[in-house]
Design a protein around this ligand. Structure first.
Ligand code: PLP
Length: 519
């Protein structure tokens, strides 16, 4: 028996029977040399692969890659790790999408910082689970410090709290759960009577996870009311005020307003102070979805763009978008820690009520039970680089986006929707034959991806197809942008030329049915 505070004596461990081959794969004191050697060679492989990547994507299609993955017989192990890693080349690494490549300009994925990769290596080897203190110890305290640090950066005040989540979608879901419970509790009426009357107001440019949350939370099909935006794609506060009043008149209950601090497509930030005023006057929960814009919290030059966020009841931050962290790394912050009780469930085996006061169990605040120690990545990032360095990286991509916007607006080949406050650019190639614009841009995007030379995203604006850059890589240069724009224009104009030639020589009804064979 060992007593608290006394080191256990080294007692030889009994071996039950002969060790099986499987035991050699278990990570334990007897296999640390194998672990050391295998990880070192694997890191070396990844380093070589990354050093050799000359384009963000190979252009592989699902039809070409799926048979390779299907061919793998999962019931017949290769046993040799080197052979399994060789195989991984052809089923994954060779055709992976490389977010660190400077011409990956598509979605909200960032290249990652090396200190965070150190965290990743430590956290998966130690494999703490952040649900309870007795599965994490210091991990729980580290996560709590980072939550307090983030809440301080936001300015949420002394009663703030929060929890790490798997991503912005889960953070938004949990925020809506807390808002729903707040509204239902405040009304003191039967839940089944209230649920169909609850409404969430957000802008048309808000993230779709708000709609998904409403569905998961059992709200009415039309529970999310989308409010108009101004030409900059920021919510119109007058329209928001009007919707709040209209809901009231119709006997509906506005359970939350979701403001977006960095819309996914346009990178614009809703007018947070004015929205906070409206929410306060109406007694409505304000959630700020800063999944994208949270990097501004550490920006040495642009923190002011988030002014008003400190008045939110809850905030979503995605460190895996603008803090250069590997997926997953996100958090939900709340102004009043008491509201997290709506996520608490006491399970006798895990977090008995008796110990709730004394033992810090993060499961009491989370939608998840077993949960990765993702906070460690941010911890090591802050301890090695510091917040200003992360903010400076984010600033670099915001500066780049401003340069790219200037380029695009001066380029007669393209039309730009709006100027981002962050780092997106929504634009399209605009041919003289306007009726071909949609197809030309769709074609250019696909052709670019098939070549693998660059990856850009697409979206729809007012029913028309546009292309989108999301710039999150400080290694991307203006020359990269110029090059990719030229590629887009070349693909799109080739499409237009082929199509107009076909239209000139074939009766219109037949043109519509013909596939375009260019590129
Ligand atoms: C504004 C915003 N909120 C929420 C999300 C969802 O975040 P996640 O993909 O981490 O679930 C995104 C994703 O792009 C987003 O842009």
């Amino acid at each position: 028996m060992t007593f608290q505070g006394h080191p256990a004596e080294a007692v030889p461990r009994p071996t039950r029977g002969r060790p099986t081959a499987a035991r050699a794969h278990l990570f334990h004191p007897g296999t640390v040399d194998r672990y050391r050697q295998l990880l070192a060679t694997t890191v070396d492989r990844v380093a070589h692969r990354v050093a050799d990547v000359d384009r963000p994507f190979s252009g592989v299609t699902p039809a070409r890659l799926a048979p390779e993955v299907d061919r793998v017989d999962l019931d017949r192990p290769l046993t040799d790790p080197a052979a399994a890693l060789d195989e991984l080349e052809s089923v994954y690494l060779r055709d992976a999408v490389w977010f660190h490549h400077p011409r990956y300009l598509a979605h909200l994925n960032c290249p990652v910082v090396i200190p965070a990769l150190l965290g990743e290596a430590v956290l998966s080897a130690v494999n703490s689970s952040l649900d309870t203190w007795d599965q994490s110890a210091g991990g729980t305290l580290i996560e709590r410090r980072l939550i307090d640090w983030t809440a301080d950066r936001i300015g949420l005040g002394p009663t703030a709290d929060g929890v790490f989540t798997s991503g912005g979608t889960q953070s938004n879901l949990q925020a809506m759960l807390l808002a729903r419970e707040g509204a239902v509790t405040a009304m003191a009426r039967p839940r089944e009577e209230l649920l169909p009357r609850l409404r969430i107001l957000t802008s048309v440019a808000g993230h779709f996870s708000v709609q998904k949350s409403a569905k998961l939370l059992g709200l009415a099909r039309d529970a999310v009311v989308t409010v108009d935006t101004d030409p900059d794609r920021r919510i119109r506060t007058a329209a928001l005020a009007h919707e709040i009043a209209r809901c009231r008149q119709d006997g509906l209950i506005v359970m939350a307003v979701v403001a977006t601090a960095g819309t996914t497509d346009f990178g614009t930030i809703d007018p947070l102070p004015a929205i906070a005023d409206l929410c306060r006057a109406a007694g409505v929960w304000l959630h700020v979805d800063a999944a994208y814009g949270c990097g501004l919290l550490v920006s040495p030059t642009r923190r002011h763009l988030l002014a008003g966020i400190e008045r939110a009841d809850s905030v979503t931050v995605d460190y895996h978008k603008s803090f250069f962290q590997p997926v997953s790394s996100s958090a939900l912050l709340v102004r009043d820690r008491a509201v997290l009780r709506h996520a608490t469930y006491h399970a006798d085996y895990l977090n008995p009520e008796r110990t709730a006061e004394r033992i810090p169990n993060q499961v009491d605040k989370s939608l998840q039970t077993t949960r990765r120690f993702d906070a460690l990545k941010l911890w090591l990032t802050l301890r090695i680089m510091g917040p200003d360095a992360i903010g400076a990286l984010f600033d670099e991509v915001l500066d780049l986006a401003a340069d790219a916007w200037r380029l695009l607006t001066a380029d007669p080949r393209f039309e730009v929707v709006t100027r981002s406050q962050l780092s997106t650019l929504v634009f399209r190639y605009l041919p003289a034959e306007h009726h071909l614009a949609d197809d030309a841009n769709l074609y250019a995007r696909e052709a670019l991806a098939a070549s693998g030379a660059a990856l850009v995203a697409g979206t729809k604006v007012d029913g028309a197809h546009y292309l989108k850059f999301t710039l999150l890589n400080p290694e991307t240069t203006v020359d990269d942008i110029v090059h990719v724009l030229d590629l887009v224009a070349a693909h799109a104009s080739r499409y237009v030329r082929t199509k107009t030639a076909a239209e000139a020589s074939v009766p219109p009804t037949e043109v519509a049915a013909q596939p375009c064979r260019v590129g």
